[in-house]
Design a protein around this ligand. Sequence first.
Ligand SMILES: NC(=O)c1ccc[n+]([C@@H]2O[C@H](COP(=O)([O-])OP(=O)(O)OC[C@H]3O[C@@H](n4cnc5c(N)ncnc54)[C@H](OP(=O)(O)O)[C@@H]3O)[C@@H](O)[C@H]2O)c1
Length: 298
Amino acid sequence: LRVANKFLSVEPAMRGWIADAGNYAEPVPIGGVMRSLAVGEVLESRTPAFAPGDQVTGWFGWQERAVFDAAAVVRRVRETDLPLSLALGVLGINGVTAHLALTGIGRPVAGETVLVSTAAGAVGSAVGQIAKILGCRTVGIAGGPAKVAQCRDEFGYDAAIDYKAPGLSEAIAAACPGGVNVYFDNTAGAISDAVYPQLALRARVVICGTASIPAWEPWPHGPRVERHLLVKRASMQGFVIFDHMNAYEGSVATLAQWVREGRLRYREDILDGIEACPDALAGLYRGENNGKRIIRLA
Ligand SMILES: NC(=O)c1ccc[n+]([C@@H]2O[C@H](COP(=O)([O-])OP(=O)(O)OC[C@H]3O[C@@H](n4cnc5c(N)ncnc54)[C@H](OP(=O)(O)O)[C@@H]3O)[C@@H](O)[C@H]2O)c1
């Protein structure tokens, strides 16, 4: 397939993909095309599965035009009534990860309290809203007063906490008086250290991301979590979207329906031109993005 990319994704995980430390994917070699999801239009096809004009999303890399085997396609974009860029955000790995990791590992029950880190971001904002759709009480953790307000006003969190302000542990305890039944963790580090003492009996911890850990060499050491898990009979499980691609299509259909019904809101942070890519990634770790960060190509 030859594809004209229209939008490129910028993912926090990319920091890991370009590092030498052990990961779930091979590091991108120096001089290689940066691994990335993208969405675009087929220009030329040598497989009957796709035709020129088809809109597809997949592993097309940070490039304007891409030539690749059809195996790189994640899916054909069928939601032509919705913006194409959503295939990289709420209808892409961010939304699908939020949906499948929350329901599969978090297993929230109506009335329970679900606590989310990076709560205003692409994954986090979807987790909070899906938990709300499932009848839970939601508490978000985000950086700074603007994102905290956004959590409450735009994404419907019942309470939101600024992790950059003093008194994080006290704020979590106050916002979760019955304890935390599901902790959807995108950051690890000091934020999680403040959460663990507040876990409720039989809590479920979803390990989805480690955004607050700048490097895994040398291996960082922190408080030990085992005692909290033991005393609370809690469980903790990691999630990587690549293990769940067979559930992707069904999840997108559910998410798209919620978007159409106005029950699932999203925010996009769009930068222009391929030149913006490298600093767009660095900016994620400065918390500069307001929603799903993507690059628009002319
Ligand atoms: N496991 C999977 O399969 C999978 C799939 C997709 C994404 N993820 C993970 O999900 C998480 C969120 O991804 P996303 O695409 O939705 O990104 P995002 O939340 O839209 O953007 C990243 C956010 O991380 C926060 N952040 C950056 N540095 C931080 C630090 N030192 N401490 C605490 N927070 C920090 C910032 O929010 P604030 O401004 O609020 O600090 C920033 O806006 C990431 O950890 C990502 O790796 C996992």
